[in-house]
Design a protein around this ligand. Structure first.
Ligand code: ADP
Ligand code: MG
Length: 708
C-alpha cells in the first residue's frame, strides 16, 4: 500500500522559515565579520539544505564553494540572506528576484533608522519586493532561526543557538535579540522559531502572529516590541489569535514619557505607556515587564493547563516563604482558596499533628516527597482551588528532583496548573532546565505569583464572549457636530459642554447660564435652593483656585453676597467675569472622573477613576481604547483600586455601577463619532446609588481639527 502524504498547504513565509537552499550574499572569510558568523551558524547548526556563499573576491568560505554573484549559482535558491553594504542592497535584491528567490532576509543596516535618505532607500526596497511578490525580513535585522528538525535553520549572526521548544519569538530589536537567545539558553527555554524583524519594511509583527496562528508546534507567541506599526490591524489579529494561543509582549518604554502638553486631567495622566497597557489588555495580550518575566510566563503557558479562576492553594514545608507567597498573590488580585473541611480531614490523616491544614498548607520541615504528592493531590482535588503553588525550602530529606517528579505525576492527572517554587541550588536548576515534563520552577514566590496571575487573566479572557459589538446609542449627532464646530480650536463654553453631554444622554446637574445679578437670583429660585454659583470667564480652567466656585448657597442673601465676592476674587486672579453659572446643589454619592483624550497612534482613549481631589492625589484611574464593548467598559470600572468604595463600604451606599458603565460607553461613542473632540474631562461626576441621583457637576471639552 502506498502512503499518501497530505502536503501542508504552503504559507506565505515558508520560503523564509523552511527553505531548501540558502544563499548568503556578502559572506566573508574574515572571522570577526557578521558575514562569517552568519555562514558559520548555518553550518555548525547543520542546516538541512544547501548553502551558497556569495562573494566576488573569494573562491571558498568555510569550506564551501563561493559564487561571485547570485546569478552564478547553478541551483534554485529559496532564501537569500543579504549582508552587503547599504549601497548594494537594492541591486542584490533585484538580482535575487531575477534569479527566482522567494524569501529575503536583509541584515544590512542604514535604512529608515538613520533618517530621510535611508527611509527613501527602504521604501524602494519594499516597493521592489512587493511588486515581485517576494517576502522580506528586515532590513537592519539579526536574522531568523527555525528549530524544526526537518529544517534546522540558524540564519543569524548571534553567538547563542536556540533549542527546540514551543515558543515563537519575534524581536523588533536585533541587539536585544542576542540577549533574548542568551536568556532562553540560560533558563532552558526552547523556541520553534525566532525572528529579528528589524525595520519591518515588509514582514511585520502582525504577519508573524498570523504565521504562528495555526502552527501546531508553536504554543506561545512572544514578542519584544518597540512600536506598533498598525494598531488597528494588530487589534483585529490579536483578538482572534489569543482565542487560540497566548500572545506575550514586552513593550519597551514602560516609564512614562512625562505628561504631554495637555490641560485636562485625562490628557496629563495618559502617557503613551498606559495607552499601550490598556490597548494590549483589550486585545487579550499579556504584557510582561521584562524579558525574564516573559520567559517565566511563557514556559508556564507552554506546560500547564489554564486555571478555571483566580483561587490559589499554597503547599509548603516552611512558613516564611508561604507568607511571602500569600502576600504576593493577594497583592496581585489572586484569591487564597478556602479549603473544604473534607480536604482538611484528608490532610490530617497523613500529615504530622504540627502541620497546618489551612491554606497555605504547611507540612513543616519534615515533609517527604510522598507528603508533597498526597498534599498537592488533595489540594488540587478541592473544587475551591483553581491552581497550586508548591514551595520547597532547604530540602534535607528529599532530592529536589525526585520531589518535583512526584509532584509532576500528581499534577499531570489533574486539569489544574501547578507551579513550583524551589529554593534550591544552581545544580538543581541546571538539572531541571531541560526536563519538559516537570512543573515550571521558580526561585521565589513573587515571580511564581505573577505568572499565576497572568495565567488566570489569560484564562478569563479565553472564557469571555468573543466579538461583542460596541453598543449603539441613539444620539442627535448632527446637533452635537454643530456645537463642536462652533469653536475652531479651544474650549467649548460651559453651556455648550453641558449641552453636548445632555445630547449624549449623560445626566448633568440642573444648570442655568446667567449674566446680571437679577438673572442669577431668578435662576436660583427656578432651580431651588440650595444652589452652587460658578463664575464663567474665558481661559478660566481651574475655577476653584480662582475663587470661582461657591457651593451650598441657601438663600437670596447668601447668593447675592457670593456674586459680589466672586466678582472681586476672580478679578484679583486676573480674569474678567463674563457671566455666572447657577447649578443645583448636588449631594451624596462618590465623585468620579470620566475623560477622553486622543493618542496619535491609538485614537480616542477613555478614562475612568476616582474624581474630584482624588485624581491629583491617587491617580486611581483606568484607560481603555475605542471601540469599547460592554464587557471592556465593565472591566474599566471594576479595575480601579478604589472600586470597593464605589460598591459601598461601612454601610455607605454604593454607586449605580451599571450607569457608570453605560456612561463610559456613551462617551466612547461620542469620541468615535466626533473626532473634533481632543479632550474631555467630566470632573467631578457625582455617582449616586441610582440613576436619578447621578450627574455631572463640571465638564470641560477641548475641540480642534482631528489629526489626518
Ligand atoms: P473646578 O474643577 O474648575 O475647580 P468644579 O466645577 O469641578 O470646579 O467645582 C469644584 C468642586 O466643587 C467639585 O469638585 C465639587 O466637589 C464641588 N461642586 C461643584 N459643583 C457642584 C454642585 N453642583 N453640587 C455640589 N458640589 C459641587
Ligand atoms: Mg472640576
Amino acid at each position: 500500500m502506498t502512503e499518501t502524504l497530505i502536503p501542508r498547504s504552503p504559507r506565505p513565509l515558508d520560503s523564509i522559515f523552511s527553505p531548501r537552499t540558502v544563499a548568503v550574499v556578502g559572506a566573508s572569510r574574515r572571522r570577526d565579520s557578521l558575514g562569517f558568523s552568519l555562514l558559520h551558524n548555518l553550518v555548525i547548526n547543520e542546516f538541512s539544505g544547501a548553502i551558497f556563499p556569495v562573494n566576488p573576491t573569494a573562491a571558498a568560505i568555510h569550506s564551501l564553494k563561493c559564487y561571485p554573484a547570485v546569478a552564478a549559482i547553478p541551483d534554485p535558491v529559496d532564501l537569500a540572506v543579504i549582508m552587503v553594504p547599504r549601497a548594494k542592497v537594492q541591486g542584490v535584491v533585484e538580482e535575487c528576484i531575477a534569479k527566482g528567490v522567494k524569501g529575503l532576509i536583509v541584515i544590512t543596516a542604514g535604512f529608515s533608522e538613520t533618517g530621510k535618505e535611508g527611509a527613501a532607500l527602504e521604501r524602494r526596497l519594499r516597493e521592489t519586493v512587493r511588486a515581485a511578490g517576494v517576502r522580506m525580513i528586515g532590513p537592519n535585522c539579526m536574522g531568523v532561526i527555525n528549530t524544526d528538525p526537518e529544517v534546522t535553520l540558524d540564519a543569524t549572526f548571534a553567538p547563542t543557538p536556540a533549542r527546540r521548544g514551543s515558543i515563537g519569538f519575534v524581536s523588533q530589536s536585533g541587539a536585544l535579540g542576542v540577549a533574548i537567545l542568551n536568556v532562553a539558553q540560560d533558563i532552558g527555554v526552547g523556541l520553534t522559531q525566532f525572528v529579528s524583524m528589524g525595520n519591518k519594511a515588509d514582514v511585520s509583527g502582525n504577519d508573524l502572529i498570523e504565521h504562528w496562528e495555526d502552527d501546531p508546534e508553536t504554543k506561545v507567541i512572544a514578542m519584544y516590541l518597540e512600536s506598533f506599526g498598525n494598531p488597528r490591524r494588530f487589534t483585529e489579529i490579536a483578538k482572534r489569535v489569543t482565542r487560540k494561543k497566548p500572545i506575550l509582549v514586552v513593550k519597551s518604554g514602560r516609564t512614562a514619557e512625562g505628561a504631554r502638553a495637555a490641560t485636562s486631567h485625562t490628557g496629563a495622566i495618559a502617557g503613551t505607556d498606559v495607552t499601550v497597557s490598556a490597548f494590549l489588555e483589550q486585545c487579550g495580550v499579556l504584557r510582561a515587564n521584562t524579558i525574564e518575566e516573559l520567559f517565566d510566563v511563557a514556559r508556564a503557558l507552554a506546560r500547564v493547563p489554564l486555571p478555571g479562576g483566580f483561587r490559589v492553594g499554597i503547599v509548603t514545608n516552611a512558613g516564611g516563604p508561604a507568607i511571602m507567597a500569600t502576600d504576593a498573590c493577594v497583592n496581585l488580585g489572586l484569591h487564597m482558596a478556602e479549603l473544604a473541611d473534607g480536604t482538611r480531614a484528608i490532610l490530617r490523616t497523613f500529615l504530622p499533628p504540627e502541620a497546618s491544614v489551612g491554606n497555605p498548607v504547611d507540612m513543616i520541615a519534615s515533609a517527604t516527597a510522598e507528603h508533597y504528592a498526597k498534599t498537592v493531590a488533595a489540594v488540587l482535588d478541592d473544587p475551591a482551588v483553581d491552581m497550586a503553588m508548591v514551595i520547597n525550602v532547604s530540602p534535607v530529606l528529599t532530592n529536589p528532583i525526585e520531589l518535583l517528579q512526584a509532584i509532576a505525576v500528581v499534577a499531570r492527572e489533574r486539569p489544574k496548573p501547578v507551579l513550583a517554587v524551589m529554593m534550591a541550588t544552581d545544580e538543581f536548576y541546571d538539572a531541571v532546565k531541560t526536563q519538559r515534563d516537570l512543573p515550571p520552577v521558580y526561585h521565589f514566590p513573587e515571580p511564581a505569583a505573577r505568572v499565576m496571575f497572568l495565567l488566570a487573566r489569560y484564562a478569563a479572557w479565553r472564557r469571555r464572549p468573543a466579538d461583542l459589538p460596541a453598543p449603539d446609542f441613539a444620539t442627535d449627532d448632527a446637533q452635537v457636530a454643530a456645537i463642536l464646530e462652533s469653536v475652531k480650536d479651544g474650549y467649548l463654553d460651559q453651556a455648550a459642554a453641558f449641552r453636548v453631554l445632555e445630547l449624549y444622554g449623560v445626566p448633568v446637574a440642573k444648570w442655568r447660564m446667567t449674566s446680571g445679578h437679577d438673572e442669577v437670583l431668578a435662576a436660583a429660585r427656578e432651580i431651588g435652593y440650595p444652589v452652587v454659583l460658578k463664575a464663567v470667564a474665558s481661559n478660566l480652567v481651574h475655577k476653584s483656585e480662582a475663587g470661582a466656585v461657591r457651593v451650598d448657597l441657601r438663600d437670596d442673601e447668601e447668593l447675592g453676597r457670593a456674586v459680589v465676592e466672586m466678582e472681586s476674587s476672580v478679578a484679583a486672579a486676573g480674569h474678567t467675569v463674563d457671566g455666572f453659572l447657577v447649578q443645583e446643589m448636588a449631594r451624596g454619592g462618590h465623585e468620579v472622573i470620566f475623560g477622553i483624550t486622543t493618542d496619535p497612534r491609538f485614537g480616542p482613549l477613555l478614562m475612568f477613576g476616582l474624581g474630584g481631589k482624588y485624581v491629583e492625589v491617587f491617580q486611581d484611574v483606568r484607560f481603555a481604547v475605542t471601540p469599547l464593548d460592554a464587557e471592556e467598559a465593565r472591566d474599566v470600572v471594576r479595575g480601579i483600586r478604589g472600586f470597593k468604595l464605589l460598591e459601598g463600604v461601612r454601610g455607605e451606599p454604593g454607586a449605580d455601577l451599571d450607569l457608570l458603565v453605560e456612561i463610559l460607553l456613551r462617551l466612547a461613542q461620542l469620541s468615535q463619532r466626533h473626532p473634533r473632540i481632543r479632550e474631555l474631562d467630566l470632573n467631578p461626576f457625582l455617582a449616586g446609588p441610582d440613576r436619578t441621583s447621578a450627574r455631572a457637576l463640571d465638564a470641560r471639552i477641548r475641540v480642534g481639527e482631528p489629526p489626518v
